[in-house]
Design a protein around this ligand. Structure first.
Ligand code: ATP
Length: 317
């Protein structure tokens, strides 16, 4: 039907090489790595062989070029990535604390990442797209909201589908409008990819079973619940849940696991693979990605993921 598209922030990530508390003293940093949850999703989607295209903006600088070149190398359509001549590419500095939590310094709102709109190339792409994937993190960005709200009816009209990764971040505060938009989108999603407490937040009710039932009542047709190193489960109305254990890997950098999981799952389902096969690729993509430093450095091609699946033991299995 056409490519899977994702709208939102394109960033570079620069990360501390030491674990610690914030950025208040000089520390060693590495990067830049191409990043931004929607871009990570599209990278993995394209690498596994799904048609994928990104809508967003970068500055006219090297941080932008490492992103557009990476996505193009992955096989993604970058025709709807604008190059902003006035603002630099967005960035995120990240440092892990010893408890696994992260401190961020973001430069998104006043960067090219948040400044894109409905230009001719976006319209052209949307008019041939078959699927829209929405990241909740983008819903606090007006530019992303505007494009998503214009794109969705066009894609629906074409018979296309919608997936939503709530991707809620504790660092970002969501105003009442954003929460409302999020609930409205969830209610029209074909596929939801929550992790942890996002399932209950999306449903607005406590308890896993109750949340799933509520989401099915709202019209969601498939829920892929990510459980970190405990793997993932897919729920569909009227069908037995399908669970798969995670792969046993050494976690070097957890950032991007959920986005790679989503990219692999959505692309696999759109390529016609079964829930079981898609879940295996998604678990493998998430696990492989945490073994490398940098948010999308571990995204895998179909061949790389096949090899990873053949060589890597499952946790608890
Ligand atoms: P993100 O940090 O990108 O927001 P998320 O919370 O959306 O991630 P997770 O549940 O952390 O998503 O990870 C997605 C998937 O990646 C998991 O379901 C699992 O298959 C895989 N994964 C993540 N972390 C690990 C790990 N340490 N070991 C093995 N697999 C992992």
């Amino acid at each position: 039907l056409g490519p899977t598209i994702c709208v939102g922030e394109i960033l570079v990530e620069i990360m501390a090489t030491t674990i610690g508390d914030g950025f208040r003293e000089p520390i060693d940093l590495i990067g830049p790595f191409p990043s931004g949850a929607p871009a990570i999703f599209i990278s993995q989607c394209a690498r596994i062989g799904g048609m994928a295209a990104m809508i967003g903006a970068v500055g006219e600088d090297d941080f932008g070029r490492i992103n557009t070149e990476r996505l193009a190398d992955d096989g993604a359509d970058i025709s709807a990535i604008a190059v902003d001549l006035d603002y630099p590419t967005g960035s995120a500095f990240v440092r892990y604390r010893s408890d696994g939590s992260r401190d961020f310094v973001y430069n998104i709102a006043t960067s090219a990442a948040a400044r894109f709109g409905w230009i001719g190339n976006v319209e052209a792409l949307v008019s041939r797209a078959g699927h829209l994937h929405v990241m909740g993190s983008g819903l606090s960005m007006q530019s992303a909201v505007d494009v998503i709200e214009r794109a969705l009816p066009i894609i629906r009209e074409r018979g296309g589908s919608l997936s939503v990764d709530p991707n809620l971040r504790k660092e970002i505060t969501y105003d009442a409008d954003t929460k409302k938009r999020f609930r409205n989108l969830i209610a029209t999603a074909d596929l939801l990819l929550p992790s942890g407490e996002e399932l209950e937040l999306a449903a607005g009710i406590e308890g896993e079973d109750a949340a799933i039932e509520r989401l099915f009542e709202m019209g969601v047709k498939e829920i892929a619940l990510k459980r970190g190193s405990a793997g993932a489960t897919v729920f569909r109305p009227g069908a037995e849940p399908v669970s798969a254990a995670a792969f046993e890997v050494e976690e070097i950098d957890p950032t991007g696991a959920g986005d790679c999981f989503g990219g692999a799952y959505v692309a696999s389902r759109r390529l016609g693979l079964s829930v079981e096969e898609a879940l295996t690729y998604a678990n493998a993509a998430g696990a492989r990605n945490v073994t490398r430093r940098g948010p999308m450095e571990g995204a895998g091609t179909r061949e790389e993921l096949d090899r990873f699946i053949a060589e890597t033991p499952r946790l608890g299995g």
